[in-house]
Design a protein around this ligand. Structure first.
Ligand code: PLP
Length: 411
């Protein structure tokens, strides 16, 4: 058999991952959801643990919209109207009114001329970033950028790649200054909110640097931001890092699969830029879009975020995040001061991180431990993610369990 040798090789690699405690393939499987009861938020049933219901502190669904009646109704209505799938790529015969309506709303939501859907934010980044990069381009990236940016850069063929230390604006300035007149174009690419820590790129400073050095690059400096953990989550009206820093990037990418609780990704920018991407981006031209029903549900999600209901959910999210941060600080845990609902708990040790994840699980709490190589060595952490579907009682319960862990560790 032709797979015999590679199976042998891969078996060893799988065993190594198991031994290091970093295997991902035996994930928990959700088999049911219990609705909010007695002041507690939703609980999740897992395969193999049918008698227990878990508090989920590791979901990206920051507003808890996935069970919202209006989203479910919008999706069901669109399935009824258009069926399950688009049956073709957009330019052949796969564009539905639901896709167009969503793109118009996303462009308006972000104050841009145009939007373009992809079937994931990851696919958006892979489909968009390489279009901006030529063999005369310098591409500059934050050291902690998401894997989709790293792989999009690998797919591109720039004249040069430069990586600056996480959030280090002095280094970005130095790179842009030192590279003047050497490249026709520069492209600065960054996460908005960084998914592992909940810290964020100072877009105001990045754009100011781009403007300052623009004259040194014949084809200009383009800023491209992936704010998948910021949009719909952060800022008074959920516009994310752009709202917090009061600055727009040239090109903004985000997901429909986190705060908007559906699936898919998109880019917003000037009309000419999006027109060009529609002619060139392989993940748009050769890959089906999200389903019309997903588009209809996502449109409802954006409309909700853009309403009083959305503003109230964002306020609640902010309050719960502060409750958790204050509680963690009082218990002596190390976290980052911010008001984003990603709340990292720095453990700074792989084994101890694993122990705490197990302890939380034993107390019916789902949380994710992040170890090297996902985070740098010495920055091992548990990433807690707050959702507007949580309640103050949920956060109190989590803090009580964490306090119990501290007592047992100190005993
Ligand atoms: C910054 C960032 N970009 C993109 C993605 C991928 O999003 P999607 O699931 O829509 O591909 C993630 C998901 O974790 C992310 O954190």
């Amino acid at each position: 058999m032709s797979l015999d040798k590679i199976e042998l090789l891969w078996t060893k690699q799988l065993q190594l991952k198991d031994k290091q405690g970093i295997a991902k393939r035996n994930e928990s499987v959700i088999t049911g959801i219990r609705a909010t009861t007695d002041g507690y938020g939703p609980r999740y049933y897992l395969a193999g643990h049918t008698d227990s219901a878990f508090l989920r502190m590791n979901s990206n669904s920051y507003l808890g919209l996935e069970n919202h009646k209006k989203l479910i109704a919008a999706e069901a209505k669109a399935v009824d109207q258009f069926g399950t799938g688009s049956g073709a790529v957009r330019f052949i015969s796969g564009s539905y009114q639901a896709h167009i309506d969503l793109e118009q709303k996303l462009a308006e939501f972000h104050g841009r001329e145009s939007a373009m859907l992809f079937n994931a934010a990851y696919a958006t980044m892979i489909g968009v970033l390489p279009q901006f990069i030529t063999d005369d381009t310098l591409v500059i990236s934050d050291a902690l950028n998401h894997n989709c940016i790293i792989n999009a850069m690998r797919l591109s063929k720039p004249a040069k790649k430069a990586i600056y230390k996480h959030l280090d604006m002095a280094e970005l300035n130095q790179i842009l200054q030192a590279s003047k007149s050497q490249f026709k174009r520069a492209c600065v690419v960054t996460d908005g909110v960084f998914s592992m820590r909940g810290d964020y790129a100072r877009l105001d400073q990045i754009i100011a640097l781009c403007q300052q050095h623009e004259a040194g690059y014949e084809q200009g400096i383009i800023s491209l931001v992936d704010d998948s953990h910021g949009v719909g989550v952060w800022g008074q009206t959920g516009r994310g890092t752009e709202e917090i820093t009061r600055t727009n990037a040239d090109v903004l990418i985000a997901t429909l699969g986190k705060a908007f609780a559906v699936n898919g990704g998109y880019v917003v920018s000037n009309r000419k830029i999006v027109d060009y991407l529609k002619e060139t981006s392989p993940l748009y031209i050769f890959s089906n879009p999200i389903t019309p029903a997903e588009a209809a549900a996502a449109l409802k999600a954006v409309q909700i975020v853009d309403s009083e209901e959305g503003i109230n959910k964002l306020k609640k999210l902010n309050k719960l995040s502060q409750q958790l941060r204050n509680g963690l600080t009082n218990l002596g845990f190390e976290t980052l001061q911010s008001d984003h609902p990603i709340v990292p708990v720095f453990i700074r040790d792989t084994d101890k991180t694993g122990l705490l994840v197990k302890y939380l699980f034993a107390h019916k709490i789902l949380a994710t431990g992040l170890n090297f190589p996902v985070v740098p060595k010495g920055e091992e952490e548990i990433r807690l993610q707050v959702s507007a579907s949580h309640t103050t009682k949920d956060i109190d319960y989590l803090l009580t369990v964490l306090s119990g862990f501290c007592d047992e560790s100190n005993a």
